[in-house]
Ligand binder design. Structure first.
Ligand SMILES: [Zn+2]
Length: 240
């Protein structure tokens, strides 16, 4: 199909504007979940200033949004990665309601409009099971204790560790290859030894995880794609 509209004009999406009295200056970022630009506006900025700022950056906005991977909804016949391997959602009335990963498919039955929330809940449970398993294993290897493990839809970090040893992870890690989930689990557990990113911290990670630089590179390259799978936050149904 011919593209007769210049790309910069055609692809500039509407910008979400957030007032923040504590902000020091106008800042622009891309919300990767929703694929929308977000402009943070400090006090005392006029509409004219906002407009000229956006005009100046419209090429950047268009390029960044166009570069985002396409969103994938978890609906029947959709293809998405599960533990790093492509899977197709196969919905048939006769299948059990509980999703089952089998031969490159995620099979489930039940009402068709329940498919996405049910697949999401199942993915979160799978993520939690594996993260608990791997974090417990790494904690035993380092001889450290860990607290509660939570699996959430984190926005900016794949995992985090509190001062008291509670670990938080993104459920989306279950979409990545096992070695990637394992690296993030090892990383957060290693913070139980060193609460920083010093050379001593990375030495602990290396004791747990054979190839952390490849894992970090994978996340940099594919992380945005994982953020675009399933309904954007806020669009998720109440089933969760
Ligand atoms: Zn860290």
């Amino acid at each position: 199909m011919a593209d007769i509209i210049p790309r910069n004009v055609a692809t500039v999406p509407s910008v979400e504007i957030r007032q923040n009295p504590r902000a020091k200056r106008l800042t622009l970022r891309i919300d990767k979940h929703h694929a929308v630009p977000v402009l943070t506006v400090p006090k005392g900025i006029s509409m004219g200033q906002i407009q000229s700022f956006l005009d100046k950056h419209k090429g950047w906005i268009a390029d960044r949004v166009a570069a985002l991977p396409e969103g994938i909804r978890l609906v029947p016949d959709a293809a998405f990665p599960f533990r790093g391997a492509p899977h197709i959602i196969r919905h048939e009335a006769g299948f059990p309601r509980e999703p089952l990963a089998c031969e490159g498919e995620v099979r489930l039955g039940g009402p068709v409009d329940h498919v996405e929330p049910r697949v999401l809940r199942w993915l979160r449970r799978c993520a939690r099971t594996r993260l608990v398993e791997r974090a417990t294993y790494h904690a035993q290897s380092l001889g450290v204790s860990i607290g509660r493990i939570s699996v959430r839809d984190t926005k900016s970090r794949w995992g985090s560790c509190t001062a008291t040893g509670n670990l938080n992870f993104s459920w989306r890690l279950i979409l990545a290859p096992d070695a990637i989930l394992d690296y993030v689990a090892a990383h957060e557990v290693a913070h139980r030894v060193e609460m920083n990113h010093s050379p001593r911290f990375w030495a602990e990670v290396d004791r747990l995880c054979a190839n952390r630089s490849a894992a970090r590179q994978w996340l940099r390259r594919h992380g945005d794609g994982l953020m675009r799978i399933g309904p954007p936050p806020g669009g998720e149904s109440a089933a969760d």
